[in-house]
Ligand binder design. Structure first.
Ligand code: GDP
Ligand code: MG
Length: 302
């Protein structure tokens, strides 16, 4: 593969953001993480490509208001001071109201022999409902890469610069939206109540629009004042360093059985065990019974 390009986009950021990003890259390198591969997934039109552009600080991905994304994933790689950042943008996972299994299949093949350090599951903040389709998307991701991907997963909500409806405060609106979405993510990923602690799944807000408000340091900010680019990269860093295993996409993962259902391979074995111990056991009792019966019949006769 060609040598990745120098991350020049980082110099486009205001200096406050630049120094924060350098600090975070330093933290990763200190923990011997010299490469970070981020996988970006979600429905079409939610702002995946825009978010990739925002993080890189360059217009690398085509952004479209009218879903005309290419059918294939694209990886951008940038290096900075011995550190390599890879971001994989993917086409939307929904087609005609259903999960697009073909798109997912292409993504899996694209990822062969790559290691996913962080999954960004992107949706919009300004959507007012979650439905079964959201759950199906999360389930499809889970079935493709294993439940463990959600230990490396975070939710990113775009269009964060909004005025909440119904006189809700921004904080209330955000917490309602994130709770509803997280609930569906946990259901889709089959994370039960006892497991929630092992799957923190942080949520971060993003405003990709050029009209995003800025602070005195010229950093793009959320309505609550947070400089969101460095905040987002900070959370990505935390996920990358949270001690869970990154997801290596190997042949076994792609071609093998659904990684969440490998246990099912043991079913024939379990059945065989049951046959020997249960069925043979029952046969044994029956034989004993027969023996008893013969004896009693014989006794009766006498
Ligand atoms: P993708 O299909 O998920 O890759 O979405 P795109 O990044 O192509 O964005 C779809 C449309 O939403 C484009 O018109 C973007 O300009 C717009 N968009 C993306 N993110 C934001 C955001 O955070 N705020 C606003 N206002 N528009 C956004
Ligand atoms: Mg796109």
């Amino acid at each position: 593969m060609a040598q990745p390009r120098e991350w020049v986009g980082i110099q486009q950021f205001p200096s406050a953001t630049q120094s924060r990003l350098h600090e975070l890259l330093g933290k990763l390198k200190q923990e011997n993480v010299n490469t970070l591969t981020i996988l970006v997934m979600g429905k079409g039109g939610v702002g995946k490509s825009s978010t990739v552009n925002s993080i890189i600080g360059e217009r690398v991905m085509a952004v479209s208001a009218f879903q005309s994304e290419g059918p294939r994933p694209v990886m951008v790689s940038r290096t900075r001071a011995g550190f390599t950042l890879n971001i994989i943008d993917t086409p939307g996972l929904v087609e005609g109201g259903y999960v697009n299994d073909q798109a997912l299949e292409l993504i899996k093949r694209f990822l062969l022999d790559k290691t996913i350090d962080v999954l960004l599951y992107v949706d919009r903040l300004d959507s007012y409902r979650v439905d079964n389709l959201d759950k199906q998307i999360v389930r499809a991701i889970t079935d493709s890469f294993g439940k463990g991907i959600w230990k490396r997963g975070m939710v990113v909500l775009t269009h964060a610069q909004l005025t909440p409806p119904d006189s809700l405060t921004y904080e209330d609106f955000f917490s309602r939206r994130s709770e509803a979405l997280l609930k569906v993510v946990r259901q889709g990923a089959r994370i039960n109540k006892q497991e929630v602690q092992g799957f923190p799944i942080p949520i971060e807000l993003v405003e990709n629009s050029g009209r995003c408000n800025k602070n005195d340091f010229d950093e793009k900010i959320l309505p609550n004042g947070t400089a969101w680019i460095s905040n987002l990269v900070n959370t990505i860093t935390e996920v990358a360093l949270n001690g869970s295993k990154p997801i290596l996409v190997d042949k076994k993962l792609i071609e093998g059985p659904n990684p969440n259902e490998r246990g099912k391979m043991f079913i024939p074995l379990i059945l065989a065990f049951q046959y020997f111990f249960v069925i043979n056991g029952i046969k044994g009792w029956i034989r004993d019974d027969e023996a008893l019966e013969t004896r009693s019949a014989w006794e009766d006769r006498d």
